[in-house]
Ligand binder design. Structure first.
Ligand SMILES: Cc1cc2nc3c(=O)[nH]c(=O)nc-3n(C[C@H](O)[C@H](O)[C@H](O)COP(=O)(O)OP(=O)(O)OC[C@H]3O[C@@H](n4cnc5c(N)ncnc54)[C@H](O)[C@@H]3O)c2cc1C
Length: 296
């Protein structure tokens, strides 16, 4: 096996500014490490070589979940366990909370971070569809600029994003959902726990004041394309319609028709298409239950 002979550099900055300075000098040669649950596995498999690490573990500014005016700000080093336990995330973004609770095992949830899940950009990353569904924006900082990028513009393909080597993902910004917003998270895999998703669905529906008419909807899926995707055609079929008059079968069919998944070890293209339709129908039924709960 190939073994490195040059010494490996290790940086553990305390502040974001320090990290940006290190990245501006060494970003092309060194790797950012958060929880290491993706990175170290790829490293031990020798999927890449590194000349050094910049470890974000000491940057406390990146570990907070806080309400900021009309939005929620989640630090990139917030772990899945933090997301799962946060009462604010549960209250305002239940689909994200449930997705975080479904990731890996307690050990992985305690180490793995939201920032790592995003930048790793696996098509099967569980948080990606929920973040798209809640219209997340990612704050990308470098020594020379600051960008706020909508989730749908961040991902380019499996493990590929627009992040430059001198940039750090520092925060995830979520606008506050409107009062009558409902949501459903479905993850399908070969087992119930510790499993990489075969397909995921994050459905977020915003209702009008009457709680009967659909104001807005986001139907986002993971593991069915090189990046997480939104099925935008669902919007025109649902917006301004009465929820009780929607044709669930037709909506499920649109999801099935609009995705173009591949065969892989976790499932065939046909299987994913069939399941996509079923989980869309089930998610809509789940929203009905939530609405009925609110009517009582
Ligand atoms: C046993 C096991 C089970 C798993 N189960 C699941 C699962 O069910 N669902 C799921 O989605 N994932 C799962 N994963 C994958 C992994 O745990 C998650 O993707 C996790 O969120 C990665 O976060 P991390 O902090 O460990 O990232 P790291 O491994 O530290 O980093 C991942 C990538 O992101 C980059 N990076 C991290 N933070 C930043 C930042 N702030 N700015 C710029 N770049 C950054 C790193 O350079 C690297 O390229 C599993 C992994 C294992 C080992």
């Amino acid at each position: 096996m190939h073994r490195r002979t040059v010494p490996c550099q290790y940086f553990a900055p305390q502040k974001i500014e320090e990290a940006l300075e290190i990245l501006s000098k060494h970003g092309k040669e060194i790797k950012v490490i958060a929880g290491g649950t993706d990175l170290l596995i790829q490293y031990y498999d020798r999927l890449y070589e590194v000349n050094g690490w910049i470890d974000l573990k000491n940057i406390s500014e990146l570990k907070n979940i806080r309400i900021n005016k009309n939005e929620m700000e989640i630090g990139a080093m917030v772990t899945h366990a933090q997301l799962e336990k946060s009462q604010d995330i549960k209250k305002y973004y239940p689909v994200l909370s449930q997705a975080a609770a479904d990731i890996g095992s307690p050990q992985i949830r305690n180490r793995g971070t939201i920032g790592g899940n995003i930048v790793n950009a696996s098509p099967a990353g569980d948080l990606l569809a929920p973040l798209m569904a809640y219209k997340a924006k990612f704050k990308l900082l470098s020594g020379k600029d600051e960008k706020l990028v909508p989730a749908e513009n961040f991902f380019l393909g499996p493990k590929k994003t627009i992040l430059r080597p001198d940039q750090l993902l520092t925060q995830i910004i979520l606008p506050f959902p409107k009062k009558k917003t409902y949501g459903c998270w479905i993850k399908i895999g070969k087992r119930k726990a510790l499993i990489i998703a075969t397909i995921t669905l994050a459905l977020v529906v915003e209702m009008a004041e009457d709680n009967k008419t659909v104001n807005d909807v986001r139907t986002c899926l993971g593991s069915v394309a090189p990046t997480p995707i939104e099925i935008k055609e669902i919007r025109e079929k649902m917006i301004d319609k009465k929820f009780s008059e929607l044709d669930f079968n037709q909506l499920g069919q649109i999801v099935e028709d609009k995705i173009s998944p591949i065969d892989d070890i976790r499932g065939t293209r046909e299987y994913r298409k069939d399941v996509a339709k079923e989980i869309m129908i089930n998610a809509l039924k789940e929203i009905i239950l939530q609405l009925e709960g609110d009517y009582k």
